[in-house]
Design a protein around this ligand. Structure first.
Ligand SMILES: Cc1ncc(COP(=O)(O)O)c(C=O)c1O
Length: 410
């Protein structure tokens, strides 16, 4: 009998859907290839730039840094404070009541995972309700904690709009104490967000059914601006006793690989908030111990310095405007190419993503025949559209959509 093989039961897994698209795009040698797959911002040259405010803050940081010793399991206090203010606003009632606690995390993913572990530690029987569809990684980040997952209807692919009544009805049936994951803005993958009146109805439902909101804020500033994109979230946080907020600075500060985010938890009162924080720290210690510091140190400098912050807000506005322009341009070109308005929705949705609304067969043909890459659910990253490729993309979509027929007959 030979030595035991611990890894023997492990079979090769299929690559993660998004990472698989990235790998195929890289291997494609066509000069006309277009990447609408991976979810990163791109400028007009196709680069994912280091923001100028980040470069400046980083240079100052490197010049001043005197140690690489550990910071703390909660991360930088000044970062966590500034994040609370940015997300909740300076005068939020829950902050005034000292019911808010914040943990710096490795990206928004770290925040989602620690948040799920926290709910599981408190009440293992909780179900987390996520939108259908939602970002591909939500299921594993939340499900890995041991929580049950359920899906509430969110988007009608045929109408290219929210199916809000069905959403309310499904959440009405959720058990008291269950958690509801809500994209705070720029819903990934649909680009369709709740309107203010719909936030009001969701808040009423959360209160009535005693559901716990878990808000995912990964695109603050990509929809309208920093304030407006947090408006719905702030109202929720004002009106419920408990909430979790997973924040990411990957996109709005372009700090993807620095892994910088935060988990904000609002508890019923100050004593409960302290108890919750002690659990957040213990969970973090048990998974990754300390969050990476570099990105948080850069972000904290930008948030604290009026000039750097102003520069950031301007750069964020430029990223947002470029995406809005490309949305409008693609919608116009598709109107010309198809002779109809069935893709006009691309111009009105928000954030980096929209679902084109075509079948997986059309997605495959766009890739194999036209070298245009998107995920199999037909999610497009609009930041992959350039003035130089928009006509090509519109013609290809029109040709394939007209040949194969649009999904759901629309
Ligand atoms: C909806 C949503 N939530 C959270 C994240 C987490 O991002 P990160 O962990 O890179 O900060 C992303 C990133 O794509 C996202 O799209």
């Amino acid at each position: 009998m030979g030595p035991h093989r611990v890894f023997q039961p492990l079979k090769q897994l299929n690559p993660d859907a998004i990472l698989g698209v990235m790998a195929r795009y890289r291997a494609d040698t066509s000069a006309s290839k277009v990447d609408l797959g991976v979810g990163v911002y791109r400028d007009l040259s196709g680069n994912t730039p280091v923001l100028a405010c980040v470069r400046r803050a980083e240079a100052e940081l490197l010049a001043a840094q005197s140690t690489k010793s550990y910071v703390a399991a909660a991360g930088r206090a000044e970062f966590n404070d500034a994040v609370e203010e940015l997300v909740l606003g300076a005068a939020h009632g829950a902050r005034r009541d000292r019911r808010v606690r914040t943990l710096q995390t490795p990206g928004g993913c770290g925040a989602l995972r620690v948040g799920a572990e926290l709910i599981h530690a408190a009440t293992p029987a909780v179900t987390v309700h996520v939108s259908d569809p939602t970002w591909g990684n939500h299921a594993s980040l939340l499900g890995s904690s041991g929580l049950e997952l359920a899906r509430y209807p969110y988007y009608d692919a045929a109408a290219h709009a929210l199916c809000f009544d069905a959403m309310l009805q499904a959440l009405h049936e959720a058990a008291p104490g269950d958690a509801v994951l809500i994209h705070a803005c720029c819903h990934n993958p649909t680009g369709s967000d709740l309107e203010p009146a719909q936030w009001t109805q969701v808040i009423e439902l959360l209160q009535q059914r005693r559901l716990v909101p878990f808000l995912d804020l990964a695109y603050q500033g990509f929809g309208a601006d920093l304030e407006a994109d947090a408006a719905g979230l702030r109202r929720v946080a004002e009106q419920v006793p408990e909430a979790l907020i997973a924040v990411s600075f990957s996109k709005n500060l372009g700090l993807y690989r620095e892994r910088i985010g935060a988990l904000i938890v609002i508890a019923e009162n100050e004593t409960r908030a302290d108890a919750v924080m002690s659990h957040m720290l213990q969970i973090a210690r048990g998974i990754y111990s300390m969050p990476p510091d570099h990105g948080a140190a850069i972000a904290a400098r930008i948030f604290a310095d009026a000039e750097l912050k102003g520069e950031w807000i301007a750069e964020l506005g430029a990223m947002r405007n470029r995406i809005v322009e490309m949305r409008n341009l693609l919608a116009r070109r598709l109107r010309q190419a198809t002779g109809g308005g069935s893709f006009d929705f691309i111009g009105t949705q928000r954030g980096m993503f929209s679902l084109l609304g075509v079948s997986a067969t059309v997605v495959d043909r766009l890739r194999d025949v036209h070298h245009i890459y998107m995920t199999s659910d037909s999610r497009m990253n609009l930041a992959g559209i350039m003035p130089g490729n928009v006509e090509y993309v519109a013609q290809a979509i029109a040709a394939e959509a007209l040949t194969c027929g649009r999904k759901n007959g629309s």
